[in-house]
Design a binder for this molecule. Structure first.
Ligand code: NAD
Length: 513
């Protein structure tokens, strides 16, 4: 099955044994370049190799991107929108194969792989609508015969650095919105998801080529940090959007800030679900199970802490443990499998180390704690989702481990639950399961959840593109995707026009020369 799917994907998406990892308007020859092996986490098999972009390529890409900007930014926004519409249509044609490539390369289940591509199509639709909605406000001027208003211009070249776990959707949140505003995008994907990046960039760039337009989606695959660091330090990249871990994000933020550039930071989370004693148990169990186990716990929004009311604690833990024990872990291409592999051996090691540390810190493993080798996928990177009874004071509970580990904590009052909830440094997603209006409103009040995303009777994972996405505290404060998040990709200009025949000054200041 694996080989047949791989052959179909490669034929459909035009992938080869060795693929160019550099697009500077052309797919640059792979000859003489060092390469990176792309390993599937499903079975440890080498899928292909990617020829890497190097430091010498960097300046050429940035220079060409600025050249493209001169053309692209001058096209009226609704016309740019119609190009984005075609890009969305083109992505739709490849939904199945691109979705399967996501599964092969990062181990998502089939529906999650397709869902990722659907998210690109959805954000494309959003960007098309936005192309006729790039509005500024008009403000009443204090001076007679004056007009005061705001307008939004593109920045120019926008850098986008992405994490492995959303190998194309996160790029599209940034790239399609940035592009419709008139920016040109330079993408540095995760080396763990470079084939998906290459296939995605090809699909999108072909539409521009068809119209005789210059390239607006540039791509550079590196071994990890070299080109990302260059983007962060480069004054020719006025805006850098970074998605990844807090550790890397901290370096990126410092590098961008030291040159007074702008960044959008989408970093790690440590998301919690509070489950009240006044709860629809079925909904809460499903919401927590999906939040904690989907994508093998490798979502930035994965539920990592479960804060349970003492009144339902035993019943909930028993039911959740039964679900955990039943859930099928294995080849994500197979029907019925809900939990696929982790991305690589390092992630498996981090899973084991986190469990060990939790036990050392006083936690009790309720189920899981097992590395598994499904038949036919013995060289993949599979672990069983793990439940650990613990306390909020344990150090490991305050950290994000990118694996399906859920810490179960007990509370007696809502105030206590909120204190536990907000007692970590990350602030991405949050949820409460309750049928009590007073509790849900308290959770949403200014003294409630301190996260960028707050959910009631639905889990921490699985956001829609219509809302602004992002988190507070060490999650970085960035916002992407829907609502008015587009404003982060545009520079604001406040305009004052005097259409009178005198020169009145603001605040009544006189300067009679
Ligand atoms: P990572 O931090 O290891 O890598 C992210 C990206 O940074 C990669 O492209 C990597 O090559 C690049 N990079 C590495 N060193 C760099 C440097 N010095 N300068 C610039 N770029 C550098 O993260 P990962 O393991 O790929 O992804 C998982 C992490 O991403 C998790 O912490 C997860 O929570 C987070 N994430 C956050 C969001 C969000 O929207 N908040 C979404 C997805 C993932």
């Amino acid at each position: 099955m694996f080989a047949a799917i791989k052959d179909k994907i490669f034929a459909d998406l035009g992938l080869e044994d060795v693929n160019a990892g550099l697009y500077d308007g052309d797919w640059v020859s792979t000859d003489g370049r060092s390469t990176l092996d792309v390993i599937s986490p499903i079975n440890g098999e080498k899928l292909a190799a990617v020829a890497l972009a190097g430091e010498d390529d960097y300046n050429i890409v940035i220079e060409k991107a600025w050249q493209s900007y001169q053309v692209w930014s001058k096209i009226p926004a609704p016309q740019r929108g119609s190009i984005i519409r075609e890009i969305g249509d083109e992505i739709s044609k490849y939904k199945e194969t691109l979705g399967l490539l996501v599964s092969l390369e990062v181990g998502k289940t089939r529906v999650e792989g397709m869902g990722e591509v659907q998210e690109m199509i959805d954000i494309g639709d959003f960007a098309v609508g936005l192309s006729r909605q790039l509005y500024g406000v008009t403000i009443a001027s204090e001076r007679p015969n004056h007009r005061l208003y705001e307008q939004w211009h593109p920045y120019g070249v926008v850098g986008v650095i992405t994490a492995f776990n959303f190998p194309c959707a996160v790029w599209s949140w940034n790239a399609l919105i940035a592009a419709v505003i008139g920016n040109v995008v330079v993408w540095k994907p995760s080396p763990n998801a470079s084939l998906t990046a290459i296939a995605t960039n090809r699909i999108c760039s072909r539409v521009l080529e068809r119209h005789g337009l210059p390239p607006i989606f540039f791509l550079m695959v590196d071994e990890g940090r070299t080109l990302g660091e260059k983007l962060a330090k480069d004054v020719h990249v006025p805006l850098l959007s970074f998605t990844g871990s807090i550790r890397t994000g901290r370096q990126v933020a410092q590098n961008v800030a030291s040159r007074l550039g702008r960044s959008i930071l989408e970093l790690g989370g440590n998301n919690a679900a509070i489950v009240s004693d006044k709860v629809d148990m079925e909904i809460a169990l499903r919401g927590v199970a999906f939040g904690a186990m989907a994508t093998a716990g490798q979502r930035c929004t994965s539920t990592r802490r479960l804060i349970l009311h003492e009144g339902i604690y035993d019943e909930f833990v028993e039911k959740l443990t039964n679900i955990y024990k039943k859930v099928k872990v294995g080849n994500p291409l197979e029907e019925g499998v809900l939990v696929g592999p982790l991305i690589n051996q390092r992630a498996v090691d981090a899973y084991r180390a986190a469990i060990q540390r939790a036990v050392d810190e006083g936690g009790t493993v309720l189920c899981g704690d097992e590395v598994v080798q499904p038949a036919g996928c013995e060289d993949g990177f599979y672990v069983r989702p793990t439940l650990i009874e613990g306390s909020p004071s344990m150090g490991i509970v305050c950290e994000e481990t990118f694996a399906p580990i859920l810490y179960v904590l007990k509370y007696s009052t809502l105030d206590e639950a909120l204190q536990i909830h907000n007692g970590v440094m990350q602030g991405l997603s949050s949820s409460i399961f309750t049928t009590d209006l007073r509790e849900s409103e308290a959770f949403l009040s200014l003294h409630g959840s301190d996260c960028g995303l707050a959910n009631v009777n639905t889990g921490t994972a699985g956001a829609e593109i219509g809302g602004a996405f992002g988190g507070e505290k060490e999650t970085g404060g960035g916002r992407e995707s829907g609502s008015d998040a587009w404003k982060a990709y545009a520079r604001r200009q406040t305009v004052t026009i005097n259409y009178g025949d005198t020169l009145p000054l603001a605040q009544g200041v006189r300067f009679d020369v």
